[in-house]
Structures are given as structure tokens and as C-alpha cells.
Design a protein around this ligand. Structure first.
Ligand code: NAD
Length: 490
């Protein structure tokens, strides 16, 4: 491995296989959101010049990597999976300290990252197809080639799984990568880079630069030597990236926010529906793009549903995710905490009722972190801001629906379309829901959160550019160009 990534808690960028300080000489602090007295480290506040160096390194490493046989690339990815798995406990602790989610959630995410590398490693054995030709002396076939230098720009909420599901298909396809982790979660990104180094990734094939989105993210989008951008984050930033990337005709893949609905019909198993709602709304502190933020409940079961969900929210133990008793961690930073509290006030002002929660926690061990209660709003109407805008906190609004048809109408009544769920035992209405709901992922009797890595994932409407899917074997399409060859051999 090249020189160390860290000196006295100051972490560096990975460029051309070397751990280097930013040319600008500036760093920033990253603190534990459950205990702000704990410094995670100091990270490079990188400049446009740092990105230019990283892009240059990726460009130089490209020819050799693109020509490396894909099964050989796959062997390296397999080793990454093993390296991540071997350090699972340590990486999960880093993730919890840096992002705040519980250790159980972090373990799941780290395991997911390892599994993703394993999945894409095996796709190195496949490429293109042969097609019957009308000419008897001709071989007609397709094959995929790498795109070139791919920029990977990721959010803080799944800071190892999302980079993994972009970097692994990018690498197996023969691209080189410049990775910009979210400013709030660079350390787990550095750990992933180290796993790649330990696995024998050649210098310059993967580069990582930390810092601000509006500076180094913007440079990645503008840089003419970057061929494509895979971005996950908010709609506002995604839209800006699409506009700017169009100037240099870059290929983009943008996966963005959500306002995911869950519908419960009168024939549902109520306890199961409450469990599915709570897992979707409060899991990962509601900081998931796939989180359940609108529970649309048909009139007949509204009262018992609210009662049971309130009971469930009341019992959630909130605290530092390193404590094994804790079920929900903090908001990721002060800004997100304030956003949660502001939306709780907006909901009240709009006339919705807080049935449970709604407060910041500051007592005892909560004093040093950004903790907010699991919050359930009742009397929410579909057009309210709390039912339309992405909050990204442990807050769910309950909206009453007359019947199935109205529930579907409400489910579709936002600009987003990421995931959706229905709880019912009625096969016909389950099918109709799958057909009529405008979301990229639709679930029946399963939470809006939680994805299988071997299935395609992506949103609709403002949740996605709808250009290419992520995850599953279809993910390869974004990272490759398809060529068709007519090989007349006589
Ligand atoms: P964000 O949009 O603020 O930032 C995402 C990334 O973009 C960060 O690395 C950031 O530094 C960078 N960035 C910011 N400004 C930029 C610019 N001008 N040019 C280039 N890059 C720039 O999002 P966030 O707060 O980190 O994450 C939360 C958001 O991500 C939520 O909206 C959530 O729904 C979404 N998300 C979506 C998915 C999905 O798969 N659809 C998954 C997870 C999170």
C-alpha cells in the first residue's frame, strides 16, 4: 500500500495511488453527530486543482485498466469484497461514529458494500450477445466497452453502500474513477479506498478527493476530461448537475430525493402494516431516500392504525448508535436537525396534529448530539408542505383516504416517484397498485426501504433522471458503450 491515509487524524486525498494533501492546504473538521465532542478527523478541503490532478491520474490509468481482461478486474473486486467483509466490525463502527446510524444498521450497510463488489466482480465474465444474421457467412454480435473517466458523487446517508454500487460496476466495466464522497462522511470513503488498495487496484484507477460540492463537485461536472457522472443526492443539486453537464455533453445518471407513500387498506394485517410503516419511517433516522414519509390509511382502520403506530414510536430508544440498546441514531448534523424541527413547526402551522414526538432531545446522554424524537403527524392533507417536500428525518404524516382509488391518487400526488408500498391481502388491488403508482420501486407488504442489490433500482419524476438504472446487471449499461459488429468471414 502507498503512504498512509492519515497523520494524527488528518486524512488525505487518494490521487494516482498516493495519499496527498490538498494543493490549497486547507482542511475541515468532521465530528460525531451523536457526540459532537468527538472529532472523527480533519479532511482535505480540496480545490479545483486537486480534482484536475485526480482526473489526470484517472485518464492516465485508463488505457491499461480498460485493456485488462474483465475476469482479472473481477478478481480484484472479489478481493475488495473479502477485505471489506474481514473488517466489517471496524468499518461499521467508523460508519456509526461518522454518520450516526445504529451499529446494526451500519453492519448491514457494510455487508451490503461487500456483497455489491462480489456481485459485480462476477459480471466480469459476461459481455454482449450474439445475434442470428440473415447472411450465412457473417457473425453478428454486440459488445460493451468502457466509457472512460467516470465521476462518482455521493450523499452522506449510505456512505459506503452507494459508493460501492457506483464504483464496482464502473470498475468491472473498465472505467477509471474519481470519487467525491459527501463532505459529512469522508472517512468511510477513505476506508473503502484502502480496501481497494489492499486488493491490488492499480495506481490511478480509483482516486478520491474530499471537500465541498459547490467547488470540487462542480469542477468534476465541468471538467472536459470527465466522460460521465453518476450522482446520488438531492433534486436541487441533481438538476444543477444535469444542466451543467449538458454543456460538455456528458452522460449522467442522477438518483435523487423521495416522498415515499405507504398505503394501508382495511384488509391488511394491521400489526404487520404498523411494523412496515415504522421500519420505513424511523429506520436510519428517516434519513433514507426510500424512507416512508406519507402513510395513507383508509378511513375504516385509521384510528387503530394511529394508536398502534404511536405506541410503536413511543417505544423507540434514541441515542448513540454505538450503544447496542439504541434503535435510532441522531440527525446527521445540526443543519439536518434544524430542518427536521422546522418542518415539525411547519406541519403544526399548517394544521396537522403531532400525535407523538416533535421535540429535540437534550437530556442526559442526548445533550451532546443532534437527537430528535420519532414523530407522527395526523390530520395531514396531501397538499401540505409536510406531505410534499422531502424532510429527511424520522417524521411521518398520516393522510386519511376514502378508499383504494383515492389512496392511489394521493400516493401519486407529489413530484417524486422513488418507492411506494401497499399493505393489503387483496391480490387484485395489490396488482392495480403496482400498475397505477408512479414510482421506480413498488412493494406489497414490505417496507419502502430496503433493496436487493441484484435488482434494478431507480426512481421516476423528480427522483431520477430516468436515464439508466443502478444495481442489478442493468447497472452496467451506464458505465459502457454498446457496439454492434458485423463480421463477414467469407
Ligand atoms: P446533496 O445533493 O446535498 O449532495 C450530494 C453530493 O453532491 C455531495 O457529495 C455533495 O457534496 C455534492 N454536491 C453538492 N453540490 C454540488 C454541485 N454544485 N456540483 C456537484 N456536486 C455537488 O445531498 P445529501 O444531502 O448529501 O443527501 C441527501 C439527498 O440524497 C436526499 O435528497 C436523498 O433523498 C438523496 N438520496 C437519494 C438516493 C437515491 O438512490 N435516489 C439515495 C440516497 C440519498
Amino acid at each position: 500500500m502507498a503512504e498512509v491515509a492519515v497523520t494524527e487524524k488528518e486524512y488525505r486525498n487518494l490521487i494516482a495511488g498516493e495519499w496527498v494533501a490538498s494543493l490549497g492546504g486547507e482542511t475541515y473538521e468532521d465530528r460525531n453527530p451523536a457526540d459532537t465532542e468527538e472529532l472523527i478527523g480533519r479532511f482535505q478541503s480540496s480545490t479545483r486543482e486537486d480534482i484536475q490532478q485526480a482526473v489526470k491520474a484517472a485518464r492516465e490509468a485508463l488505457p491499461l485498466w480498460a485493456e485488462t481482461p474483465a475476469p482479472e478486474r473481477g478478481r480484484i473486486l472479489h478481493r475488495v469484497a473479502e477485505a471489506v467483509e474481514k473488517q466489517k466490525e471496524e468499518l461499521a463502527t467508523v460508519l456509526t461514529r461518522e454518520e450516526g446510524k445504529t451499529l446494526a444498521e451500519s453492519r448491514g450497510e457494510v455487508q451490503r458494500a461487500a456483497d455489491i463488489f462480489r456481485f459485480f466482480a462476477s459480471l466480469g465474465y459476461l459481455n454482449g450477445e450474439t445475434i442470428h444474421s440473415a447472411d450465412r457467412d457473417l457473425l453478428l454480435f454486440t459488445f460493451r466497452e468502457p466509457l472512460g473517466v467516470v465521476a462518482v458523487i455521493t450523499p452522506w446517508n449510505f456512505p459506503i453502500a452507494i459508493p460501492a454500487w457506483k464504483i464496482a460496476p464502473g470498475l468491472i466495466s473498465g472505467n477509471t474513477i474519481v470519487f467525491k464522497p459527501a463532505q459529512l462522511t469522508p472517512l468511510i470513503g477513505i476506508r473503502l479506498m484502502e480496501a481497494l488498495e489492499q486488493s491490488g487496484i492499480p495506481k490511478g484507477v480509483v482516486n478520491m478527493v474530499s471537500g465541498s460540492g459547490s467547488v470540487i463537485g462542480d469542477e468534476l461536472v465541468a471538467n472536459p476530461d470527465v466522460d460521465a457522472i453518476s450522482f446520488t443526492g438531492s433534486y436541487e443539486v441533481g438538476r444543477r448537475i444535469a444542466q451543467k453537464a449538458a454543456e460538455t455533453l456528458k452522460r449522467t445518471q442522477l438518483e435523487m430525493g423521495g416522498k415515499n407513500p405507504l398505503v394501508v387498506l382495511e384488509d391488511a394485517d394491521l400489526d404487520k402494516a404498523v411494523d412496515i410503516t415504522a421500519r420505513g419511517a424511523f429506520g436510519a433516522t428517516g434519513q433514507a431516500c426510500t424512507a416512508t414519509s406519507r402513510a395513507i390509511i383508509v378511513h375504516d382502520i385509521l384510528e387503530p392504525f394511529v394508536e398502534k403506530l404511536v405506541e410503536r414510536a413511543k417505544g423507540i430508544r434514541i441515542g448513540n448508535g454505538l450503544d447496542s440498546e439504541v434503535q435510532m441514531g441522531p440527525a446527521v448534523n445540526e443543519e439536518q436537525l434544524e430542518k427536521d424541527l422546522e418542518y415539525i413547526q411547519i406541519g403544526r402551522d399548517e394544521g396537522a396534529e403531532v400525535a407523538i414526538g416533535g421535540q429535540r432531545l437534550t437530556d442526559g446522554h442526548h445533550a451532546k448530539g443532534y437527537f430528535v424524537e420519532a414523530t407522527v403527524f395526523t390530520d395531514v392533507r396531501a397538499e401540505m408542505r409536510i406531505a410534499q417536500e422531502e424532510i429527511f428525518g424520522p417524521i411521518v404524516g398520516i393522510i386519511e383516504a376514502r378508499d383504494f382509488d383515492q389512496a392511489v391518487e394521493i400516493a401519486n400526488q407529489t413530484v417524486y416517484g422513488l418507492t411506494a408500498c401497499i399493505c393489503t391481502r387483496d391480490l387484485e388491488r395489490a396488482h392495480l397498485f403496482v400498475r397505477k403508482t408512479n414510482a421506480g420501486v413498488i412493494k406489497v407488504n414490505r417496507p419502502t426501504v430496503g433493496l436487493e442489490l441484484q435488482a434494478p433500482f431507480g426512481g421516476m419524476k423528480h427522483s431520477s433522471s430516468e436515464t439508466f438504472k443502478e444495481q442489478g446487471k442493468d447497472a452496467i449499461q451506464f458505465y459502457t458503450r454498446l457496439k454492434t459488429a458485423y463480421l463477414g468471414y467469407r
